[in-house]
Write a protein that binds this ligand. Sequence first.
Ligand code: PMP
Length: 415
Amino acid sequence: MPDSTNADLFERAKLVMPGGVNSPVRSFRSVGGTPYFVDKAEGPYVWDVQGQRYIDYVLSYGPCILGHANPTIVDAVSVAAGNGTSYGAPTEREVLMAEEMCSRVHGLEMLRLVSSGTEAAMSAIRLARGATGRDKIVKFAGNYHGHSDNLLAAGGSGVANQGLSGCDGVPDGAVADTIVAPYNEVPELDESIAVVAVEPVAANMGVVPPAPGFLAALRAACDEVGAMLLFDEVITGFRLGRGGASEWFDVQPDVWCFGKVIGGGLPVGAYGGSREVMASIAPLGGVYQGGTLSGNPLATAAGLAMLDQLTDDAYAKLEATATRLATGLETVFGDAGIPVIVPRVASLMASSSPTPRPRISTKPKLRPTTASTRSSSMACSTEVSPWHPAPTKQSSCQPCTPTNSSPKPSPPPPR
Ligand code: PMP
């Protein structure tokens, strides 16, 4: 066990890293206190450098869906590391990984592996712009798609919970073609729109399920004007079930992005679509995107070992565990007289105090994000976020009910 305390390390860290961390949400600024500096982790537990053990509900914000130091993943990574850590040349595991992912997600025929969700989302946007020859993109307030310039506007996740009203360093030009719409309302689109990007379950503002029919209506609205629909499945992908959100809600986007789970705890992202759409990517087409560490041999070893274990049985077990936790939380908070909602979709769940439903127009007018509107749209995301549907039975932790009105494949049956 290291000799330092959490407080010692935090003080030293603050001298050499902004806020003492390598990603803002880890700084504890929104919750107060000193971050725990992890010494080791196994299964559901992490131990800090002081030897204190915690039940880890964070699990690296999603990637460690099977718990920490999963023996199969650890073995796969160890063996892979012994054979070299990066080649700058293709490997068989990249092929296996892409085949496995495409076999699970209906409509996903081709993909590119990258190194993070941010990279996946920004590449997917470039792909959509290149393939459509259009510039404007639509995103939803409170959805988070990584930290690339044109997607940060009105973001959820750390953008919202750090209380930032905007992002310095993002020039107006970078967001001039980004249009922000309220989540769960179908915006009026026109032929200038390249792509509508959405978190199919808005997990970055709590767990906000799509309103009934929302995703299907978005699909139809995009089709009407020839815009692409992008599902950011960095959180929902290979998490809601084998086929992610597009299977769960039975709505197929044109472009997907993935991350988190597919890396088994190593840095991986991916974006993809049909062969026709992906033909726009270099060297087949004119949309350039590349990466020194893309398809990294350790990351693909971890990802394959992860996906191999994510069977229907595993998803059923995960969901049963999340249901138990959600029910337990509701009971405990209820008994204590504390109003809390615990929205859940499959194994994705969150808990927060109920907030009033924001007043929203039926056909939101699209407006580009500019210097003058950026801070108000960001403020909107922090004031009303997390945007929880009214605490109805459904949102307050009933059995996992996908809320799209279109027919949905059943969740994996327990075997
Ligand atoms: N999209 C979504 C939906 C996410 O939740 C995140 C990260 N929380 C990202 C993109 C960015 O992924 P990364 O942090 O790996 O860059």
